[in-house]
Design a protein around this ligand. Structure first.
Ligand code: C5P
Length: 246
């Protein structure tokens, strides 16, 4: 990591670049890059700006979490992961509900693309259950077991398929850490409170930055508390400082 002074702590802070133009994303990235551990590029920004933006961020020394949540037949997902590695993404995700063969194909593709391009393998993580879902919406799509049980089962499946970790809500983090062990990567959004401010936006179940790390998060993803702040750099610095106090 080029621009992180304290690898152990600030490194854990990933900023969601949920903005409406590549220009704004690059402006934020240049303000923030010396105080955060990387940037998340999601489907909105990627659909607008494509892999060129990812490459520009990567060329500036940033780590990019490409949050496109691939979910398709194994061959198509493998090809998409290969493309993501070509763009320089450091972390890539898929949907665990695509199944073990799909996840294995993704993991194999990540490793072989990285070997071919002579760079480190990307972190491959899975979304278990979207946090917008509850027991009812889950049962509407045919899943009858309780949501918490389903999340843990999908996290275990992700680990069995050879992926590096999962995205998890703050409320799921500790249980997944207990089920999947210390080496498993857990990426936690929904960060509010303490140095991340009191404005909850649409996040219902939240945790503060240090609290989420204490619960077992390897990385936290923070969007609006930083990108919508009057001074995004100052906002990021105070979250990094909270993490560094640990
Ligand atoms: O602005 P905020 O801090 O709420 O942004 C959180 C980011 O993490 C957004 O990009 C959001 O889409 C993403 N995310 C989330 N909850 C999930 C998965 C991803 O908030 N379960």
């Amino acid at each position: 990591m080029l621009f992180v002074a304290d690898e152990k702590n600030m490194d854990k802070l990933l900023v969601a670049l949920d903005v409406d133009s590549g220009a704004r994303a690059l402006e934020l990235a240049s303000q923030l890059r010396s105080v955060v551990g990387g940037f998340k590029v999601g489907s909105r920004l990627f659909t607008l700006e494509g892999p060129a933006l990812v490459r520009t961020l990567v060329d500036s020394g940033a780590r990019v979490f490409l949050d496109l949540k691939f979910h398709d037949i194994p061959n198509t997902v493998a090809q998409a992961v290969d493309s993501a590695v070509q763009s320089g993404a450091w972390m890539i995700n898929v949907h665990a509900s695509g199944g073990i063969p799909m996840m294995r194909a993704a993991a194999d593709a990540g490793r072989s693309a990285a070997a071919r391009l002579n760079r480190p393998a990307p972190l491959l993580i899975a979304v278990t259950v979207l946090t917008s879902m509850d027991d009812r919406t889950l049962s509407e799509v045919g899943v009858q077991r309780p949501l918490r049980e389903h999340v843990i089962a999908l996290a275990r499946m992700t680990q069995d398929a050879g992926l590096d970790g999962v995205v998890a809500s703050p409320q799921e983090t500790a249980a997944i850490r207990a089920a999947c062990g210390s080496g498993f990567v857990i990426v936690t959004p929904g960060i509010r409170g303490a140095s991340a401010g009191t404005e909850r936006n649409d996040q219902a179940r939240t945790m503060g930055p240090a609290e989420a790390v204490d619960a077992g998060a390897s990385y936290i993803v923070v969007g609006r508390p930083i990108i919508a702040a009057t001074d995004p750099r100052k906002a990021a610095e105070s979250i990094a400082a909270e993490l560094n106090q640990k």
